[in-house]
Design a protein around this ligand. Structure first.
Ligand code: UTP
Length: 302
């Protein structure tokens, strides 16, 4: 389902999922279990992310892993023993679900020896990605499959050849938790031209209320920019700094303002919200869970 955008440039066909971070905001759960494998209802966060890529036509997925995180790859392997047991029991639904995880995409891995920052993690993907544009999907956020974001980002990147980001609108008082964009309107609804990015500005300093979401489509020139990037905030090699170099060199940078639902599972509050929201939506669980939830919330009022 790879498509060409109107200009004839090729749409990116590979995705990189940086998942080698230490996940300190979710300790102690993440001492031994990668945050990317925490279950949201009955599937790990990482599966939602790979499904998002696959639904956008990307089936070449590179996981950047690190120490203690190799179990992430197992999730996408066949499990003939489990499959045989389910087949014996006649549990065809679960059998299909288990098989589906190994059929979603071709999963490749590379290692980030030390978590030296998101930019550094993306840099480890250089030889796998080669000379073409590619998507980056952070390993702790995903969006609703019914309201996809990635296809529009891939099409826009194929038209511009530059960097394509995605933003969500946040309350002005929340800007200090996010990377915030300064922009020029393009006259097209939901597409903005990015003139700069500011990390975690106070509401007074914030140039807009558009916060960076963990999806990027990047040209291969980002790798050279990463190589030239010195450690920045927190001593890490920041992707934002590498993108700023390309912007300064004249690479077009655009952003799509996403109006759908984004689940941010990188810390306990967002994770809990994701579990509840997705459980309510599930055809097999939603009705019963919602009834219980209403009673529970009712009992809190008194
Ligand atoms: P985060 O900023 O969420 O960092 O990284 P983190 O280490 O996962 O979590 P906290 O902040 O300590 O709680 C965003 C994404 O980039 C990856 C992470 O795994 C996550 O998917 N990442 C970050 C790397 O792969 N390598 C790094 O060096 C840093």
């Amino acid at each position: 389902m790879t498509t060409n955008a109107p200009s004839g440039n090729r749409r990116a066909v590979k995705a990189v999922i940086p998942a080698a971070g230490l996940a300190t905001r979710f300790l102690p759960a993440t001492k031994a279990v990668p945050k990317e494998l925490l279950p949201v209802v009955d599937r790990p966060v990482l599966q939602y992310i790979v499904e998002e890529a696959a639904a956008a036509g990307i089936t070449d997925v590179l996981l950047v892993t690190g120490r203690g995180k190799t179990s992430m790859v197992d999730h996408f392997d066949r499990r003939p023993d489990v499959e045989a047991r389910l087949a014996e029991k006649g549990d065809t639904e679960r059998l299909a679900e288990v098989r589906r995880t190994s059929e979603l995409a071709d999963i490749y891995t590379c290692r980030q020896g030390e978590p030296l920052g998101l930019g550094h993690a993306v840099g480890t993907a250089a030889s796998h990605v080669g000379d073409n544009a590619f998507a980056v999907l952070l390993g702790d956020e995903f969006v609703d499959l019914e309201e996809p974001l990635l296809p529009a980002m891939l099409d826009l990147q194929a038209r511009t050849g530059g960097i394509v980001l995605a933003f969500v609108e946040v309350n002005p008082e929340e800007t200090s938790r996010y990377g915030i964009a300064s922009i020029k309107e393009t006259g097209t609804t939901d597409v903005v031209e990015v003139t700069g990015l500011v990390e975690k500005p106070t509401p007074e300093e914030a140039p807009s209320n558009l916060a960076v979401l963990g999806r990027y489509v990047l040209p291969a020139s980002i790798f050279e920019a990463i190589d030239n990037t010195k450690p920045g905030s927190g001593g890490e090699i920041q992707l934002t700094d590498a993108m700023a170099q390309l912007l300064a060199d004249g690479t077009p940078v655009h952003g799509i303002v996403y109006r759908g639902h984004r689940y941010d599972t990188g810390m306990p509050l967002g994770y809990l919200q994701a579990v509840v929201q997705l459980a309510v939506k599930r055809p097999d669980l939603g009705a019963e869970f919602s009834e219980w939830l209403k009673d529970f919330v009712g009992s809190l009022k008194g």
